[in-house]
Ligand binder design. Structure first.
Ligand code: ZN
Length: 447
């Protein structure tokens, strides 16, 4: 690491000011664009060197793209991402401090967005500003891609990804939110781990519907529309989609085994050696473990019929699916059709996003992330895993095979629960570590 970099004071106060701007993308209609415009202006005030030395462009009203020219502009760049919009707050929730006050107390900065994703955005900008003030130039171009509508599935990040792609740019690495440094990774594992998402699941919401002749319920056909839809839903068991372990899973187990106690150590070693076995074991465990190795199916709504004694002329069910790595919306619908095996059930896709392919858990890009973690969180082991939620990086994985999801901040279980919840807060010491992570990462970019 460059020794002549001395991080600028006041990062917690800067984060507090970011939190004070209620950039709630889901409440754009009522709050207007003012908080977003104010946020862009605030960045300009807080990060003068970034705005002076980097090229900046607006991509849509909600996307900010900065380019930091490197020593070798022909080399594929790094794209470092974060989003500055936040989710709404339920006014009835018992927050310790008002969620948009940005209170600094007891070694923490409180407020909506502290962890998701203004804290991670801040540590990235701090690192770049500090490096600029030390006169550092990266070996290759560094892009900062900041989106203002991630939480509402807006298109800012998509348009940024398309813009770079259209310019013939294939990033050497893309890094966005997703994983974090965390305790309690798996049962039996002691200590902390930096969980780096090497892939993210996709999503599909489909409607299954059926029509039938109406009429009086006293003379019913063998199967009414309601009966047909229920039968289809009942065929969608957890086993509808096969379990397959992404390469990251045995690698994760192999890395966590030495840090596990007794039974865990033996179990994880065994599973790491037999990938086909861990797909089965994870699927059998259910919950989050099962969700990592297969497409999950959750029927969420049912409707049909108009009266208690009238045959329904139509019925429908909504099913929410989370697609396993490598699966597409199309391949998922094909499997559903086969499984339901009923031509009179119509399947309509309401929304969908393909799952990502899997980025490698070894090699120079993953190695650079691990190196940066060693400098920010020396006691953590860097481990690949699969991100369950969607991130803005999904627009890059289509053409960048090295897309990773990781925010370099320690979050314990309680803090993770505060994301999209109550008393969201980030530890001030973590802001310092996060800055060091990005600084090491940028300095370590190879020529
Ligand atoms: Zn987020």
């Amino acid at each position: 690491m460059t020794n002549d970099v001395s991080p600028r004071e006041g990062a917690p106060q800067r984060l507090s000011r970011m939190i004070q701007l209620p950039t709630v993308s889901a409440e754009l209609e009522t709050r207007g664009v003012a908080p977003f415009e104010a946020f862009t202006a605030l960045l300009e005030e807080l990060y003068p060197l970034i705005h002076d030395r980097l090229e900046r462009e607006r991509v849509t009203d909600f996307g900010l793209l900065f380019r930091w020219p490197g020593e070798c502009p022909e080399a594929d760049p790094a794209v470092l991402m974060a989003h500055y919009d936040v989710v709404p707050v339920d006014e009835t929730d018992p927050w310790s401090f008002p969620p948009f006050e940005g209170r600094i107390e007891g070694g923490f900065v409180y407020g909506r967005g502290a962890l998701d994703d203004k804290g991670p955005l801040l540590v990235l900008l701090e690192a770049v500003e500090n490096l600029l003030s030390a006169g550092f130039t990266p070996k290759r171009d560094v892009y900062l891609s900041l989106g203002g509508n991630e939480e509402t599935f807006g298109d800012a990040a998509e348009r940024i990804a398309d813009t770079l792609h259209a310019r013939g740019i294939t990033p050497w690495i893309v890094l966005d939110e997703g994983g974090a440094v965390t305790d309690a990774t798996l049962p039996f594992v002691t200590g902390i781990a930096a969980m780096v998402g090497v892939g993210e699941k996709g999503i599909a919401t489909v409607r299954l519907s059926a029509r039938s002749e109406g009429g009086h319920a006293s003379v019913p056909p063998p199967l009414t529309a309601v009966g047909r839809v229920s039968r289809a839903v009942s065929r969608l068991t957890p086993g509808t989609f096969p379990a397959r372990a992404p390469k990251a899973i045995p690698r994760m187990l192999g890395l966590l085994a030495p840090r596990s106690r007794g039974t865990g150590r033996r179990l994880y070693r065994l599973l790491a050696a037999w990938p086909w076995l861990n797909a089965r074991v994870f699927a059998a465990l259910g919950g989050e473990a099962a969700a990592m190795v297969r497409t999950t199916v959750a029927p969420t709504r049912l409707s049909g019929g108009t009266a208690n004694n009238v045959l329904p002329s139509q019925a429908s069910a909504t099913v929410n699916l989370r697609l396993a790595l490598g699966e597409t919306v199309q391949s998922t619908v094909r499997t559903l059709r086969r499984r339901i095996a009923d031509e009179r059930i119509d399947i309509q896709v309401l929304e969908g996003n393909d799952a990502s392919p899997e980025s490698p858990s070894h090699g120079p890009q993953f190695g650079l992330i691990a190196e940066a973690v060693r400098s920010s969180h020396p006691e953590a082991v860097t481990v690949p895993y699969v991100t369950m939620a969607a991130t803005d990086s999904r627009y890059f994985h289509r053409y960048c095979p090295h897309t990773y999801r990781f925010a370099p901040l320690m979050m314990n279980a309680e803090q993770r629960a505060s994301i999209h919840g109550v008393d969201e807060r980030v530890e001030i010491a973590e802001l310092e570590r996060g800055e060091r992570f990005h600084r090491t990462l940028i300095e370590g970019l190879p020529a």
